[in-house]
Design a protein around this ligand. Structure first.
Ligand SMILES: [Zn+2]
Ligand SMILES: [Zn+2]
Length: 187
């Protein structure tokens, strides 16, 4: 999942690749954040200008995520826009002044790169890590509080039944223990 810059001196190129879910398997096995159930489609237009590489395009994928209420897995579709500018990691200019190599090229790209630009990244050894690009989009797509449906009823805190799938009688009998203290005060 790498893009070899050594075979791409300058100009433009196009990446159009599909990765099988297994390609992301080993690295996600140690996390419960998400799984990748479907092939991932990466489409990028690549522009190389000196050491600077500009990539724009899309990541189309799906994530399999556990609901934060009922812990059932559900699917999040991803169709993310990518707009990244890469600089060689060893270039001291990259962190200080990632500015124009020539005014003309900036007009072509329409880029205005700032130091704190989120769209700025770095590469080393003439390789751009495409997996990292996709992974970033996966994490950006993850909701803070994943919900299988907006009105997911969650699990019963007493018996653990999934309230989307069945009902139990716990709700009517379960009383917040904090109220016991109040009740005893009243007596
Ligand atoms: Zn749920
Ligand atoms: Zn219950």
């Amino acid at each position: 999942m790498r893009f070899d810059l050594s075979r791409f001196k300058s100009g433009t190129d196009r990446i159009d690749r599909t990765y099988e879910p297994g390609a992301f398997g080993s690295a996600t096995a140690d996390t419960d954040d998400f799984r990748v159930p479907d092939p991932v489609h990466l489409m990028l237009d690549v522009k190389k200008n000196g050491d600077r590489v500009h990539m724009t395009g899309r990541v189309v994928a799906a994530l399999d995520v556990p609901c934060s209420r009922c812990i059932e897995h559900y699917r999040i579709p991803i169709d993310a826009h990518v707009d990244l500018t890469f600089y060689p990691a060893t270039d001291p200019l990259a962190t200080a002044k990632p500015a124009r190599t020539s005014p003309k090229s900036d007009e072509e790209d329409g880029d205005e790169v700032k130091e704190d630009d989120l769209g700025v990244s770095f590469y080393s050894d003439d390789f751009i890590d495409l997996e990292q690009i996709m992974r970033e989009q996966f994490y950006l797509a993850l909701p803070m509080k994943p919900l299988c449906t907006p009105d997911c009823k969650g699990l019963c805190p007493v018996c653990g039944i999934n309230r989307n799938q069945g009902t139990c009688s716990c709700e009517s009998t379960w009383v917040d223990p904090r109220f016991d203290a109040l009740r005893s005060l009243r007596k």
